[in-house]
Design a protein around this ligand. Structure first.
Ligand SMILES: Cc1cc2nc3c(=O)[nH]c(=O)nc-3n(C[C@H](O)[C@H](O)[C@H](O)COP(=O)(O)O)c2cc1C
Length: 388
């Protein structure tokens, strides 16, 4: 049998065979193993006809450069890099110097509240041993990912995607390199903002999505974003893990899909086996949105710690500072052998995933099913004659 054919405008825009993009997924489980979407997964998706995207969040600038070069050694197909560009994070508004140990900025009440929850779950709280910086730190002058963005530009990557915030300050330099620019949004307001900044593609991500996510569901969000940003093309994300999801996204006006959770259970996904197994075991109701792990709303496979944090109603700290607090949590959980309490970002489609497979097989089956539905199943099941 030949390969299935499924082409949209996205294929021409990005130079790919199928209109499916691997979400640029960053680290889970405390980050010790690095981002989920690293070279093996990215190259596998690109080689199979989709677009692989490196989860650049969690990589230092130099590690990101190495990973870009590794992808280039594994595929000659287009690929991308995703980075988080939030406007609100630790140090963003700091006018003066930061302390040598920024953990001093964590309010004692927040630390004590988390410590109590963790200890109530039987995990002794232990602060991660850390050398304070030799000098007081300067707040960052620009954004959280400025150094990584310079690498993206120097390496002339084919595609850049911003996961949070806006790529506006970088667009001219990216486009001068021929880089296609995508921006993830979770509402119409932000979609209009990034479209006005000149991105090539808006990725409308519904709340079903794993990882950082907004409040509007994909079914409601995508058509509203399509209408709001036309003629800028839109890719749909959140809750899409098979061919049925692809067809639905195309029907809503998207030109392709951006998928994370579906590839979390690929052989090449760089995350601990525990995280993969918990996704396979999850039902449709087993995810929950929490600010616990990063300070921003993030969908995870839930666990007793998330449930207790949410029940306590504690206000999370800004991104970065919450991450520092969580370093101690991660350290404590690892010491106690309770990795099940660590971040396990995944979306509501976790309930439909039931085996670990090569990424190329996942992509192939999604595309083949979509082509089957569009070419055979829908025409056989639906009678539709447009108004003349
Ligand atoms: C484990 C995990 C890590 C993620 N990390 C990032 C990230 O670093 N940057 C980003 O833009 N999106 C990130 N996301 C969100 C994805 O880009 C994507 O929007 C989402 O996975 C799509 O929904 P789905 O999970 O239902 O496919 C992450 C998602 C998951 C599941």
């Amino acid at each position: 049998m030949g390969r299935p054919v499924l082409r949209t405008e996205l294929c021409d825009l990005l130079g790919i065979e199928y209109p499916v993009i691997l979400a640029g997924m960053g680290p889970v489980a405390g980050g010790l193993t690095g981002p989920v979407a690293t070279a093996p997964l990215v190259a596998a998706v690109s080689n199979a006809g989709g677009l692989g995207v490196i989860g650049g969040a969690g990589f230092s600038a130099e590690r990101l450069r190495e990973e870009i070069r590794k992808v280039r050694s594994m595929t000659d197909k287009p690929f991308g890099v995703d980075l988080l560009l939030p406007s609100n994070y630790m140090g963003a508004a700091a006018g003066g110097e930061m302390p040598r140990d920024p953990r001093e900025l964590i309010p004692a009440a927040t630390r004590e509240a988390l410590k109590k929850i963790v200890e109530d779950l039987g995990v002794p709280w232990q602060e991660m041993p850390r050398e304070p910086a030799a000098e007081p730190r300067r707040p960052r002058a620009g954004g959280m990912s400025d150094e990584q963005m310079e690498v993206v530009i120097e390496e002339k990557v084919p595609v850049f995607a911003s996961g949070l915030g806006s790529p506006a300050p970088w667009i001219d330099r990216l486009k001068a390199n021929g880089t296609k620019v995508l921006a993830l949004v979770g509402n119409v307001k932000n979609a209009k903002r990034v479209a006005a900044a000149g991105v090539d593609i808006v990725v409308a991500q519904g709340t079903e999505a794993g990882g950082h996510t907004g409040r509007v569901a994909t079914m409601a969000l995508v058509p509203q974003v399509v209408d709001a940003v036309a003629p800028t093309p839109v890719v749909a994300a959140g809750g899409i893990a098979d061919g049925r999801g692809i067809v639905a996204a195309l029907a809503l006006g998207a030109i392709g899909v951006w998928c994370g959770t579906a590839f979390l259970v690929s052989e090449e996904a760089n995350q601990p086996d525990l995280q993969k197994q918990r996704i396979l075991a999850a039902t449709d109701e087993d995810t929950r949105v929490t600010r616990l792990y990063s300070g921003k709303t993030m969908r995870n496979i839930t666990n007793p710690l998330i449930e207790a944090w949410e029940a306590a109603g504690i206000q999370a700290l800004p991104m970065g500072l919450q991450g520092l607090l969580i370093q101690d949590l991660v350290y404590s959980c690892r010491k106690a052998g309770r990795e099940d309490l660590l971040m396990n970002a995944a979306g509501q489609v976790s309930g439909m995933l039931n085996r670990i497979r090569p990424a190329a097989d996942i992509l192939h089956d999604m595309v083949a099913q979509a082509a089957q539905i569009l070419a055979r199943d829908l025409p056989a099941r639906v009678t539709a004659i447009p108004e003349s």
